[in-house]
Design a protein around this ligand. Structure first.
Ligand SMILES: [Zn+2]
Length: 138
């Protein structure tokens, strides 16, 4: 925890986007998975995971770092004992790898919360249950 994070008057917090939210990046309009709050009191922006590394790169060049409020990677590790989880040092992306009956399965995500959702969906696919994905609002 950085006690001085508020010195520049900037906060940047990542959370899970509400169901039905659309990506605010350009003309993307894909289903958003991540919500970013760039400044306290300003409206948040929702992004799809695809553009997420680009968004955080932009923020990093402005001297902002992103706080992941979607979960704790240690909790995810404890929940999924049969998965191997690591983080890419260059991109910051989390990777999770496991094998179901000899078939390798991998999931990657930028945030603990979206990684957990992907891993849970993969485990549900394995057991033959359809993953419960949020329905897109029309
Ligand atoms: Zn997008």
């Amino acid at each position: 925890m950085n006690e001085h994070a508020g010195l520049a008057g900037l906060v940047c917090q990542a959370s899970i986007a509400p169901p039905g939210a659309e990506c605010a990046y350009g003309t993307c309009q894909a289903t958003a998975t991540v919500r970013l709050m760039l400044r306290h009191g300003h409206p948040p922006y929702d992004y799809c995971e695809v553009d997420w590394p680009r968004v955080t790169d932009t923020l990093r060049t402005r001297g902002q770092t992103v706080t992941d409020t979607t979960g704790d990677m240690w909790t995810v590790r404890a929940e999924f004992a049969n998965w191997e989880i690591w983080q890419s040092k260059s991109s910051g992306v989390y990777y999770a790898l496991t094998s179901f009956g000899g078939r390798g399965v991998s999931v990657h995500a930028y945030l603990a919360g979206t990684l957990r959702a992907g891993m849970r969906a993969a485990e549900q696919n394995r057991t033959g249950q359809a993953p419960r994905l949020p329905q897109r609002a029309r």
